[in-house]
Design a protein around this ligand. Structure first.
Ligand SMILES: Cc1cc2nc3c(=O)[nH]c(=O)nc-3n(C[C@H](O)[C@H](O)[C@H](O)COP(=O)(O)OP(=O)(O)OC[C@H]3O[C@@H](n4cnc5c(N)ncnc54)[C@H](O)[C@@H]3O)c2cc1C
Length: 556
């Protein structure tokens, strides 16, 4: 993915489809369109997945909660959403086996009735998944539950129900979509905003003014159809095209705290509490050597930049402690993040909790703008397929989506035998590093190992107590379109999400390596370093956490 070459392409070609927004929805649309043979452009204002799509809870799920609501409200639409989500869950695991895998979740039950209730509900979930079920759910007694989640306080539950969903790395999956779209012929560029549209004599959009956010340069990009996939900002672009469009989006904020794995201890399962003492859903999920803890969402302004706030950190720790034998404290938190969920507004008076989280593809007949709104990460592929079907109709071409069988870059040929063969071919590289590289890059890990062979300094750790190596910085610049220190340390390498202090420690050497690859001047390198440090410091300050906190250690 060469951004300089892509920028010149974007200015000279006439595209069939231009997708605006490089989160899960937009990257999914770009891949769907390019793999159907359509001439496709993708522009993203900031970095790929820099908004909601890198801040999810990283679950690939049909939605157990929606299943409960479907039965409570006798709502077939919600039931169909769960069924579609379960179908997509299996598809995501299939197309990116290096980034998505099954996850066991444990639901504690206070009494026999609750055990029976969740057991029946989760059997229905299994049933709806049909042959796409991951593994059967089971009702466990206290001893079995403690075996799966040893940190449980045994007085906090009577039994537990074990079931399965998927888990993934959202930002790296998003990047995999973009890279695979590029391999299929899409022209992609991050740090490029859609500013305004130009229309033809019929009032239909024929070009978008794009601003390169790194240089301030602007240019016109021409296409036959424009797709608005800007998440919570969808109304803003809809109204840029047509000021008469009513608001359709609402935002709902969810925040996560991150703790090192050893704060809670090793586990075979995540914890899902369906109803806390104040009636919310709570998750404690092992992810990349850490725990992510999150609860249900609160209403927010779509234009705000969300941060983990002190009351949220305290709330999460206080509520998860009700289920743990050894209580956690806020000062064990090493990182955190928050995101805004793009909710589609069906009824302007409805509260966010009662909104159905489905998606809609809207065509503004006046301007021809196609807007993809709502949905969730798990169903991005289906949302993209629906959107590109609509675009195909507008273009007058009939094409079929291929994305349910299209393996993402790094996923082809990935599996246990691949890891074994890498270990045999690179006996001097420690197993932990090979495991980390394959679980992050899939079969592309070979390219990183080659870099490490060519230059042994690139095999050095980027920072203490974390599995990242310096070769990842070089690879991110050469193959993954990382253009800023923030792109690198928040989304290509997920250090800035899980461990703020370690990210601060890594910043100088990461900036030097990235700067050397991208040809930065020493002043620009310093600027990048300062700007990243102040971003991380802002996260720490907004969360109310002292900057003197110690770094986390990743357990295998
Ligand atoms: C806290 C939280 C937890 C979640 N957990 C899960 C989960 O576990 N599983 C799940 O399935 N779903 C989950 N979701 C939902 C899921 O993350 C979102 O539905 C999904 O990421 C939305 O993707 P998107 O591409 O529509 O929006 P975004 O990711 O927000 O992407 C929109 C992009 O458009 C860009 N953009 C905006 N304006 C312009 C412009 N003018 N020009 C160019 N680009 C522009 C933005 O920079 C942004 O990158 C969660 C959501 C939240 C908030």
């Amino acid at each position: 993915m060469n951004r300089t070459a892509n920028l010149s392409h974007l200015q000279t070609e006439l595209f069939d489809i231009c997708v605006i927004g490089g989160g899960a929805s937009g990257a999914g649309c770009a891949l769907d369109a390019a793999s159907r043979g359509l001439k496709t452009a993708l522009i993203e204002r900031d970095d790929f997945s820099s908004a909601t799509s890198s801040s999810s809870t990283k679950l690939v799920h049909g939605g157990v909660r929606y299943l409960e609501q479907a039965f409570k409200n006798l709502d077939p639409k919600q039931l169909s959403m769960v069924r579609k989500g379960l179908y997509e869950r299996q598809t995501l695991l299939h197309i990116a086996p290096h980034l998505a895998h099954p996850l066991a979740l444990l639901t504690p039950c206070k009494n026999w009735f609750a055990g029976m209730y969740f057991s029946i509900g989760l059997k229905l979930y299994d049933l709806l998944a049909g042959n796409r079920r991951l593994a059967p759910s089971r009702w466990l007694n206290k001893k079995e539950a403690l075996h799966h989640f040893p940190a449980f306080s045994s007085s906090s539950f009577q039994s537990a129900v074990l079931y399965y969903d998927g888990q993934f790395d959202d930002a790296r999956f998003n990047l995999g979509l973009v890279q695979t779209a590029a391999l299929q012929g899409a022209t992609v560029a991050n740090h490029c905003s859609a500013v305004r549209f130009e229309t033809n004599a019929n009032g239909h959009i024929q070009a978008v003014l794009v601003r390169d956010e790194l240089t301030g340069d602007t240019f016109w990009l021409r296409a036959k159809v424009f797709v608005n996939a800007t998440g919570t900002r969808a109304d803003s672009l809809r109204q840029t095209a047509n000021a008469k469009q009513p608001d359709r989006m609402r935002a709902s904020k969810g925040a996560h705290v991150v703790l090192p794995m050893d704060a809670v201890g090793p586990t075979l399962a995540a914890l899902l509490v369906p109803e806390t003492s104040d009636g919310r859903v709570l998750f404690a999920i092992p992810w990349r050597g850490h725990y992510l803890i999150r609860t249900t969402d609160t209403e927010a302004d779509p234009a705000e930049t969300p941060y983990l706030e002190p009351d949220e950190a305290e709330y999460l720790i206080e509520h998860v402690n009700q289920y743990l034998a050894k209580p956690l404290t806020v000062d064990q938190v090493t990182g955190g993040f928050a995101g805004l969920r793009p909710l589609l507004q069906a009824d302007p008076d409805a509260r966010s909790k009662s909104l159905v989280r489905d998606h809609e593809v809207e065509v503004d007949e006046k301007t021809g703008l196609v807007s993809l709104m709502g949905g969730k990460w798990t169903t991005y592929r289906l949302m993209a397929q629906d959107t590109i079907d609509v675009c195909g109709q507008r273009l007058g071409v009939h094409t079929e989506s291929k994305t349910d069988e299209l393996i993402l870059l790094g996923g082809d040929g990935y599996g246990p035998t691949f890891i074994d063969s890498l270990t045999a071919r690179h006996p001097t590289v420690n197993l932990q590093t090979i495991k980390h590289l394959t679980e992050t890059y899939g079969t592309q890990a070979t390219a990183l190992l080659t870099l490490m062979e060519q230059d042994s300094t690139l095999a050095e750790p980027l920072v203490n107590r974390h599995p990242f190596v310096k070769a990842e910085v070089v690879y991110a610049a050469r193959a993954e379109m990382a253009l800023t220190l923030e792109d690198l340390l928040l989304r290509r390498i997920r250090l800035g999400l899980v461990d703020w202090q370690a990210a601060l420690s890594a910043a100088p050497s990461a900036a030097a390596l990235l700067g050397a690859e991208l040809g930065w001047s020493s002043a620009h390198q310093q600027e990048q370093q300062d700007s990243f440090i102040s971003l991380i410091q802002r996260h720490i300050d907004r969360a109310g956490l002292s900057s003197t906190r110690k770094e986390s250690t990743v357990s295998a």
